[in-house]
Design a protein around this ligand. Sequence first.
Ligand SMILES: [Zn+2]
Length: 259
Amino acid sequence: MTKPEIVFLMYHELELPGRKLVQSDPGYTRYVLSESAFSRQLEWLKQNNWLGLCVSDALNFPSQPSVAITFDDGCETDLLAAAPLLKKNGFQATFYITTGFLGRTGYLSRAHLKELSDAGFEIGCHSRTHAYLTDLSPMQMANEVELPKAEIEQVIGKRVEHFSCPGGRYDERVARAARNSGYLTVTTSRFSANSSSTDKFNLGRVTILRTTSTADFERICRGQGLWLANAADRVRNGARNLLGNNLYDQLRGKLLRSG
Ligand SMILES: [Zn+2]
């Protein structure tokens, strides 16, 4: 028998009719789904008897077909749009919060964050300033990994055990910093499913994009074709390592605007 594998889905801000997004550049909006598109994906899961889990529950690897549902950055729409739809379908999720964004226009406030946690959703950490961790000194790393954990715990009154990497930037040092700070897992943006033998400090996660079709979504949940997406991602990572994070972002912005 093959080991059960679970795909961890990654979402960001959701688009609501008449509501302004926190950023409007194409490099950002490609990660933004409409509320109705997100709703259709949850309905597909529900109708096909899939479970939508938080990271902690996903790591029990239930035998029923399941995905982990995760959100990065801590946008206001986590509470306004995602939470009600998740509740409606009986699903759990993990919301990774960037503490430096709390209270900014379009992001959760501290009160919102507490509300999301009290509603039963799992809260994780997505750094303090959304810095690319692979660029940082050990001191800066601690400020981005250890400090925001305590900050969120103070707001929600619960332990924060899961960390996700800003911009997917990941290396051994990030894993070590997270482990030393008391986290139990780190999720990356590596396109792969996770099983009980996957390193908990290097869990794969698949980004759901604005352009992800229903057929693509179903394939992603089943873990099909991720190797191909991963190969494309490796090419991108190769370019990023070659150019450095800054130059890579500038070039990527140019390409997306002209595309
Ligand atoms: Zn992020």
